[in-house]
Design a protein around this ligand. Structure first.
Ligand code: SAM
Length: 262
């Protein structure tokens, strides 16, 4: 693994796909870029928005990024860990900026969790991530995982294109994909006050994949009779497993069980 997941984009067609996607999001006031690296994508983003804030953990990349800041007054580069940066202090407001990133693979999950569950969240995301993770995020009912459910509950994800290892230098071991997340928190499928219980229920449901869903839920002390009657009302078979439920069915289930989920 490279230091900080540094695989720099060298394929112009992939770069163009990211730019086209961000442009498709519509007029941009502010774009936040995570990990500008040597500034390949950054140099395009500065032409798409009034202001670009790029957060890069590795200050040794400054010789690549500082000249860009001089050239483009609308660009600010901060040398910091994005997961520890106070985004509100940068003037970012929920729903009022886009996030664009060729993400270091090891922080993909943490970035998604932070930017989907904590304010200030972006209105759109354009992400270049590991292919397998992109497929889990955009999976259809019947194949949903905790990750897929968590992203689909609060946004509309789409797989835009696959990206081979040759598009980067150095080449990563895995294939990648560009995804978009749109409509973030525009039509949330889980009511705000039920979100903590919903996350606990989904996590419990997937805790032991080979077990039946009803056993996994019973493990967090929800009474068996209540599980059985809720399953019947929603039309779930007693033998159903977590990955077989649709997002809608998870929402129906938490509606019925939330008082018992602590
Ligand atoms: N955007 C560049 C490109 O497309 O060529 C670089 C992408 S590279 C996959 C990921 C970048 O994220 C690296 O520059 C790395 O140093 C930076 N990075 C890794 N962890 C980070 C973190 N926690 N916060 C901010 N940047 C980080």
């Amino acid at each position: 693994m490279t230091k900080y997941g540094q695989h720099f984009l060298i394929d112009q067609t992939v770069l163009q796909s990211m730019v086209d996607l961000v442009r498709r999001f519509g007029s941009q006031d502010t774009i936040l870029e995570i990990g500008p690296g040597k500034g390949m994508l950054t140099a395009k983003l500065v032409k798409l928005a009034r202001r670009v804030i790029a957060i890069e953990i590795d200050p040794s990349l400054a010789p690549h990024l500082d000249p860009l800041c001089k050239k483009y007054p609308n660009l600010t580069v901060l040398y910091d860990d994005v997961l520890k940066t106070n985004l509100a202090e940068l003037g970012l407001k929920s729903g009022a900026y886009s996030l664009a990133s060729n993400l270091p693979y090891d922080i993909t999950g943490m970035v998604l969790r932070q930017f989907l569950t904590q304010a200030p969240w972006p209105s759109h995301m354009a992400l270049l991530i590991q292919k397998e993770v992109a497929e889990r995020i955009t999976a259809k009912p019947g194949h949903l995982s905790i990750l897929g459910l968590s992203v689909q509950a609060f946004s509309y994800p789409n797989l835009i294109r696959l990206v081979p290892p040759e598009a980067f230098s150095p080449k990563p071991k895995v294939h990648s994909a560009i995804i978009s997340l749109e409509g973030i928190h525009q039509h949330d499928k889980v009511a705000p006050d039920l979100v903590p219980a919903w996350f606990r229920l989904v996590k419990a449901g997937f805790a032991q994949k080979r077990k039946l869903l009803k056993s996994n839920i019973h493990n967090i002390n929800v009474p068996k009779e209540l599980i059985a009657s809720s399953f019947a009302e929603i039309g779930l078979k007693e033998t159903v497993r977590a990955q077989e439920l649709s997002l809608k069915q998870w929402v129906q289930l938490v509606d019925k069980l939330h008082q018992f989920i602590v």
